[in-house]
Design a protein around this ligand. Structure first.
Ligand SMILES: Cc1cc2nc3c(=O)[nH]c(=O)nc-3n(C[C@H](O)[C@H](O)[C@H](O)COP(=O)(O)OP(=O)(O)OC[C@H]3O[C@@H](n4cnc5c(N)ncnc54)[C@H](O)[C@@H]3O)c2cc1C
Length: 278
C-alpha cells in the first residue's frame, strides 16, 4: 500500500465484520454513515490507516418489531427510522428525535449505531433513547452483551464499546403511554441541540432525560418522583423544571454558557412535562 493510502475493509456479512473487528481492533476505524468520521478526517483530527466499513452488511440494516419491542439494526439511517410507519405510529417521540437531527442530507447517511458510538454530547437521539429505556447490543467473537444507554455513554466521545466489539442493534421497549422530545437550538435551524429534553410518562411515573448540556445525558429520578401518581399541573411542571436546573451539570460552549443552559433547562423541562400532560 502506498504511503497515505487508507485500507478499505468491506465485509459483506456480520460474521466477517465481527471477525475483522476482533482481528484489527482500534487499528481499523469502524465506519458506518461516515458523517462524523468524514469531518474528523477532513479537518485532520483523524488519519486512519484502515477503515472497516459496515455498509455492505445487510444483517445490520433492518427495522423490526418483535413482541412489541423495536429492534433497530446499527446501520439503519436516521431518515429510514423517522419515515418508518411502525416507528411513527408506536414511537412518535423517537421518530421526532431523529427527524430533527441536522438536515435530510445528513440524515440519509447518519446511522443509529453511529450516533451512539460517536457519543457526541450535543446530540438528539441519546436522550430520547435513554428516556425510552433503550439498550444497545454489543457483539464480539466471544458473544453478546446488552447495555443501557447510561452504561454505553461514558463521557465525551467515550463509550464502553470494547476494541473487539461492534454495536449491532438497538432495542427499544414497547412505547410508554406518553412521550415528548424537545430540542432547543440557540443558533440555527440545522444546529445541534443546546438543550435536549426527552420526557416519558407511563403508569403514573415520570422520567425526564436532559441531553447536550454536559458530557452525558442526565436524569434525576428523585426530582421526578414528586409526580408519581399525581396529576401534572403547571406548578408541578415548574417545580420539576427548577429542580433539574439546580441539579444539572452544565458546560459552556459555543451554543451557550452553563448559566444559560441551566435557565433553558428549567423552561424546556417544564414545557416538556406540560406537553406530556396536555
Ligand atoms: C452537519 C452535521 C450536523 C449534525 N447535526 C446533528 C444534530 O443536530 N443532532 C445530532 O444528534 N447529531 C447531529 N450530527 C451528528 C450526526 O448525527 C452523527 O454524525 C451521525 O449520527 C454519526 O453516524 P454515522 O453513521 O455517520 O457515524 P460514523 O461517522 O460512520 O461513525 C461515528 C463513530 O462511531 C463509530 N461507529 C459507527 N458505527 C459503529 C458501530 N456499529 N459499532 C461500533 N462503532 C461504530 C465510528 O468508528 C466512529 O467513531 C450532525 C452531523 C453533521 C455532519
Amino acid at each position: 500500500m502506498s504511503a497515505g493510502a487508507v485500507e478499505w475493509l468491506a465485509p459483506s456479512s456480520l460474521r466477517d465484520a465481527i471477525a475483522l473487528r476482533a482481528e484489527r481492533g482500534d487499528e481499523a476505524t469502524v465506519i458506518a454513515g461516515g458523517t462524523f468520521l468524514g469531518i474528523l478526517m477532513n479537518q485532520g483530527f483523524l488519519s486512519p490507516s484502515a477503515l472497516l466499513s459496515l455498509g455492505g452488511v445487510d444483517e445490520l440494516r433492518g427495522i423490526e418489531v418483535v413482541e412489541g419491542e423495536l429492534r433497530l439494526g446499527a446501520t439503519v439511517t436516521h431518515r429510514e427510522l423517522e419515515r418508518d410507519a411502525r416507528v411513527r405510529e408506536a414511537w412518535p417521540m423517537l421518530a421526532r428525535a431523529f427527524a430533527v437531527v441536522a438536515s435530510p442530507r445528513v440524515r440519509n447517511q447518519a446511522t443509529v449505531g453511529g450516533v451512539l458510538a460517536d457519543a457526541d454530547y450535543a446530540s438528539d437521539p441519546p436522550a430520547a433513547l435513554q428516556a425510552l429505556g433503550a439498550r444497545a447490543v454489543l457483539r464480539s467473537p466471544a458473544g453478546e452483551r446488552i447495555v443501557s444507554i447510561e452504561e454505553l455513554v461514558l463521557g465525551y466521545y467515550e463509550t464502553c464499546i470494547a476494541p473487539d466489539e461492534l454495536l449491532v442493534e438497538v432495542r427499544v421497549p414497547a412505547a410508554p403511554a406518553r412521550a415528548v422530545y424537545r430540542k432547543f437550538r440557540s443558533r440555527s435551524r440545522e444546529d445541534r441541540p443546546c438543550v435536549a429534553v426527552a420526557a416519558v410518562r407511563d403508569a403514573q411515573r415520570l422520567r425526564v432525560v436532559v441531553g447536550a448540556v454536559a458530557e452525558r445525558p442526565q436524569q434525576f429520578p428523585e426530582v421526578c418522583a414528586v409526580a408519581d401518581g399525581r396529576d401534572i399541573d403547571t406548578a408541578l411542571a415548574k417545580d420539576i423544571g427548577e429542580g433539574y436546573a439546580e441539579q444539572i451539570a452544565a458546560i459552556d460552549d459555543a451554543r451557550g454558557s452553563a448559566a444559560y443552559r441551566r435557565r433553558v433547562t428549567a423552561v424546556e423541562v417544564r414545557r416538556a412535562i406540560e406537553e406530556l400532560a396536555a
